[in-house]
Design a protein around this ligand. Structure first.
Ligand code: URA
Length: 183
């Protein structure tokens, strides 16, 4: 069947993401996780993909990385409630180790397959600025690989005028924090 890739609103997008079969990640995931937040938000925040908690809850950034995200947003004088929060990839990619589901980085092909949804989110929400959390988000928004280290911290612009800003992923901050106490 032909896929309608132009959902009229964010609610329709949610349904389409849930039934998306553009790559294989849906098979292992509980559900597709699309963006959450006002559809007229001026700030869109893009993470990598749902984690274990997000996969179960069906919402982005509800687990440990979400706590860090809330902290840094607050420190920056921003709020999650007024932002539209989503991910580059909408289904959880993981590897089972014992009883745990361990996050795996999405491939370039998976990011590309999922890009139709992110681009629809840009069209529907029309954010003034897109905040990319980490390399997968930056790659998805930029359309090709872009180095976080060399490009973070300033506003960049795509050919279509969409402005974006790259920063570290909150999970990276979590990992660094875990080592902070180590002499
Ligand atoms: N990490 C992400 O990139 N996105 C989430 O939704 C949760 C953790």
């Amino acid at each position: 069947a032909d896929e309608d890739l132009s959902p009229p609103d964010v609610a329709a997008l949610w349904e389409q993401v849930e039934s998306c079969r553009r790559c294989d990640l849906w098979e292992g995931a509980t559900q597709g996780v699309a963006g959450v937040g006002p559809d007229d938000a001026s700030l869109m925040i893009v993470g990598e993909q749902p984690g274990d908690k997000e996969d179960l809850a069906g919402e982005p950034f509800v687990g440990p990385a979400g706590k860090i995200l809330d902290q840094v947003l607050e420190e920056a004088g921003l709020s999650r409630e007024t932002s539209y929060v989503t991910n580059a990839v909408k289904h959880f990619k993981y590897e089972v180790r014992g009883k745990r589901r361990i996050h795996q980085n999405p491939s370039a092909g998976e990011i590309k397959a999922c890009n139709v949804w992110l681009e629809r989110e840009f069209e529907l929400v029309q954010p003034k600025l897109v905040l990319c959390l980490g390399g997968s988000a930056a790659r998805a928004v930029n359309g090709r690989p872009i180095k976080v280290g060399e490009n973070r911290g300033r506003v960049l612009e795509r050919a279509d005028g969409l402005q974006f800003f790259i920063t570290s992923h909150p999970s990276y901050i979590l990992r660094v924090q875990q080592y902070e106490d180590v002499p």
